[in-house]
Design a protein around this ligand. Sequence first.
Ligand code: GUN
Ligand code: FE
Length: 464
Amino acid sequence: MKAALMETNEAVVVRVFHGTVVHSLALDQLDVVPRAWLGVDATGRIAFLQDGSLDRPALILKHKLSEAVEFVELPRRGFIVPGMVDTHAHAPQFVNAGNGLDMPLLEWLETYTFPAETRFKDADYAKKIYTAVVRRSLGLGTTTISYFGTIHAPANKVLAEAAAKYGQRAFVGKVCMDRNSPAHYVETTADSLRDTAHFCEEVLAMGDPLITPILTPRFTPTCTMELMTGLSEIARKHDLPIQTHVSESKAEVAWVKELHPDQPTYTHTYHQAGLLTKKTVLAHAVHLTEPEEDLVLAQQAGISHCPNSNFSLLSGMCPVRRFLNKGIKVGLGTDVSGGFCPNMLDAFRLAIIASKMVHTEHTELAPLNVAEGFYLLTLGGARVLDIDDKVGNFLVGKELDALVVAPFAEGSPIDEFDAEDVSSSGGDDEAAIKRTLEKWLFLGDDRNLAQVYVCGRPVLPFAL
Ligand code: GUN
Ligand code: FE
């Protein structure tokens, strides 16, 4: 274990987890701590992470524990891991998840997606759907998510309120589009800017530290340069993050070239508008050219890799390894409903598969291994959203967003075929833990989640 992990802070500890801790310290550094003690204070921050060399009496002597401290014994052969970070999802599109995946991106948007989003003009409908969306994604272990909403200000507020109610850490974006959009689903530039500014101020006024407004120009084809520039000014004014799509399909890239023949590349249209910052999330980035990768790196923007969507909408395969080799920040996204699955474990699995497919064509780009996939799922996503000072792993001082995983829970989809092999060790030597972690990542689902914590607070079972 790293020396930095042994630090403690002085706060009074209200909850201590005892058992195996697994978290990522870097892309190639998976830290497994058997028989660990993980202490959390009343503000949800991590007070200590101690390895198994300490027994309980020594722990109690060493740390300031509240009289009402709760000891949480982690499940048999289970572990606590950082919550999963979905860097790109469309809340209104959950209605379409699993449907309409028979077309490529631009036709899919016109045929299925814009009509589905148009219904969110009705705030009552939005409340019903968004309640279900937040419960679904949080219940699957997505403790942080970056949502695209729709163009409708009231519905987006409903989404922010739903995330706040159930305790999900959420970025909520009012989608902006002022051109090349259906007549019933388009805004004027002025309305889009005014409604966005108002939405951002309203969300900031909620005063919920877990909920952040995010500037959301849909993508260059549906946004004028005037709109995009105005949005970047709002971002600067409040120091807010930005999200959009880039270079997802070849037809889209060609369209942007037609719309902006003066710009060297698609990515430069965002740079021209001032939209590339260290808090910018660029979804997909399947077909970036080298100068675009250099630009993304220079601006310290991050990429949301959405493999399910890239397969489902026939967009192509994203060379994630090349981005990682260059030092570009990468996280994972479900991109529901371009991706059909809201579970981030699916994004992990398909990211591994996609990297293997990329490798068959480009042998110099090594496939992602499990530790790297786990990094992308947690710390990588936190870095893309520029919140890795708060979450992503269990360094002392960070806020505890975590999943308590019970790999062999009754009724779960994972069979315990190796029970006899591990019975002498109890299954908590590092190699056995890593094998079980892999099982959960590739085979598990929400039946393996004994509890989900956001900022130290348990969120299950959901309030009504
Ligand atoms: N590009 C512009 N809008 C969208 C969207 O809703 N989904 C995906 N996957 N790509 C987009
Ligand atoms: Fe998307």
